[in-house]
Write a protein that binds this ligand. Structure first.
Ligand SMILES: NC(=O)C1=CN([C@@H]2O[C@H](COP(=O)(O)OP(=O)(O)OC[C@H]3O[C@@H](n4cnc5c(N)ncnc54)[C@H](OP(=O)(O)O)[C@@H]3O)[C@@H](O)[C@H]2O)C=CC1
Ligand SMILES: O=C(O)C(=O)Cc1ccc(O)cc1
Length: 445
């Protein structure tokens, strides 16, 4: 098949679409593609999930459920693997040899080095490789979000077919190579997740929900984003974050630098090195934000206040709220500076909603000179947040160590422990976080 197909085509000339792995992302794709009029969608998950999947899909006549990936691979013109990155090699080794002659194969994994290896090793040479990656979570609308398209081993017509098949997602297509993808996602996703994971671990180690702290410490727009996104991440599947951090060799370096930045800044804070701290923070600010000082502010803080978990203060940020050192944000900007990363470059191309919010709050702090100065002073002089900052440094180093050692087991345990702490608030945070992301994406704040 070399003509770009359309859901308006008669069913018998439509491409057969195969989805292997019907978890969150597989189901999202199946739902959107079926709703758009693609009529020949063949799917499978693990054999153990076959009966449940059949029940779940019984209302949708255009979706046929199979017991395993052999059946899907043999008949499909385009096959998309949406399985755990950690397992991609094993799954492609199993079903790859059953791929239909001339089929186009892609994967949804968040880290591409293992996927590329698996495809090159196990797919027959008479198949094409065009991979994808939706740069957003499964509960976000696909519309307008970045969708990476990787034309790796394929004629141009095959890439165009994939783009036509996925057109109903209404995402913004970005063509990258496998290697470019892993560098971009290490810069945007992996190190951002390390920051939010560390915040969550620090709060859970202190045994107190930050928005319910005795002194009502965590209030206001910046804190709202920190809390909502950290909880959102902990309500997702651990393997998504483990895979993209542990299996991406570039990500390890970034996460290690983030932990180093947090540690060194904290050392300056507790040793009373105010001048040295200020010099370092300003140098990082000038490097990261200097060339982007005219960039419009991404967030309006007062709007973010609407999305606060728990009880909102009567009128905005209470005046008596002590200043926060914002160690996590100082460390992020220090880390970007140390690695020579310009986050605004990624913002224009391949930013996930979470990355956009993260740069947004960094910008909120760093573009406001008096506020940044208060954060520096608070870091050195005010002990209100010192316990939390200490926990944050310990957490950041712990996550970095876990990723450096490549331990999926430890990652799952660390993630599970913190996740359990926040679980009672997942529902509230998912709804608030979802609305907050929509507001930011629609440019309302
Ligand atoms: N969630 C997210 O925010 C995003 C995730 N991604 C990536 O997409 C991929 C899928 O993620 P997501 O959908 O969230 O994860 P899920 O865990 O929800 O889905 C993965 C599915 O694959 C199934 N599976 C595992 N092995 C096989 C097999 N041999 N044959 C068929 N099915 C199998 C799993 O079954 P079981 O659970 O029973 O093991 C599970 O149902 C990952 O690589 C992830 O990194 C990309 C963008 C966003
Ligand atoms: O936006 C984020 O960073 C998320 O946490 C959601 C997410 C997770 C994994 C992906 O591969 C893409 C998006």
């Amino acid at each position: 098949m070399s003509r770009a197909p359309s859901p308006a085509d008669a069913a018998d000339v439509q491409p057969v679409i195969g989805l292997i792995g019907m978890g969150e992302m597989g189901r999202l794709y199946a739902r959107v593609l079926a709703a758009a009029g693609w009529k020949r969608i063949h799917v499978c998950d693990l054999p153990a999930n076959y009966e449940r999947l059949k029940l779940d899909m019984q209302e949708t006549s255009s979706i046929t459920v199979h017991a395993d990936g052999h059946a899907v691979s043999r008949i499909s013109d385009f096959i998309l693997y949406s399985v755990e990155a950690e397992h991609i090699s094993r799954v492609v080794a199993q079903f790859g040899p059953s791929t239909k002659v001339g089929a186009i194969v892609g994967g949804q994994t968040s880290v591409k080095a293992p996927e590329r290896d698996a495809f090159e090793t196990y797919l027959p040479t008479d198949t094409h490789i065009v991979s994808v990656h939706s740069l957003h979570g499964p509960t976000v609308s696909t519309e307008g979000q970045p969708l990476v398209i990787i034309a790796h081993r394929a004629p141009d017509w095959a890439t165009r077919i994939v783009e036509s098949i996925l057109a109903p997602l209404k995402s913004r297509h970005i063509r990258l190579s496998y290697e470019e993808h892993d560098v971009v996602t290490a810069n945007t996703q992996a190190v951002t997740h390390a920051a939010f994971l560390s915040m969550g671990t620090a709060w859970s180690s202190q045994g107190e929900y930050p928005w319910e702290g005795a002194a009502g410490l965590f209030v206001g727009g910046i804190e709202t984003v920190k809390v909502n996104i950290a909880i959102r991440i902990y309500s997702n599947k651990w393997h998504v974050y483990a895979g993209l951090a542990i299996l991406n060799p570039v990500a390890r370096l970034q996460i290690a630098q983030f932990a180093r930045s947090a540690t060194e800044l904290f050392q300056l804070m507790i040793s009373g090195g105010e001048d040295a701290l200020r010099a370092r923070v300003h140098a990082a600010r000038d490097k990261v934000f200097g060339p982007n000082s005219n960039a419009p502010l991404l967030l309006r803080e007062e709007v973010l206040g609407q999305f606060q978990l728990g009880k909102r203060p009567e009128r905005g940020v209470p005046e008596q709220a002590p200043e926060n050192s914002h160690l996590s944000l100082l460390a992020m900007v220090d880390c970007w500076a140390a690695l020579g990363i310009n986050p605004f470059e990624h913002l224009a191309v391949a930013a996930t909603p979470i990355f956009r919010l993260w740069i947004g709050i960094a910008q909120t702090l760093f573009h406001n000179a008096p506020r940044l100065e208060r954060a520096i002073k608070a870091g050195v002089e005010d002990v209100t947040y010192r316990g939390n900052d200490l926990e944050f440094v310990v957490a950041a180093r712990g996550w970095a160590q876990c990723v450096a050692h490549g331990s999926f087991d430890l990652y799952e345990r660390r993630f599970g422990e913190t996740s359990k702490f926040f679980e009672p608030r997942f529902e509230e945070a998912a709804s608030l976080g979802g609305r907050m992301i929509r507001a930011v994406m629609e440019g309302t704040p």
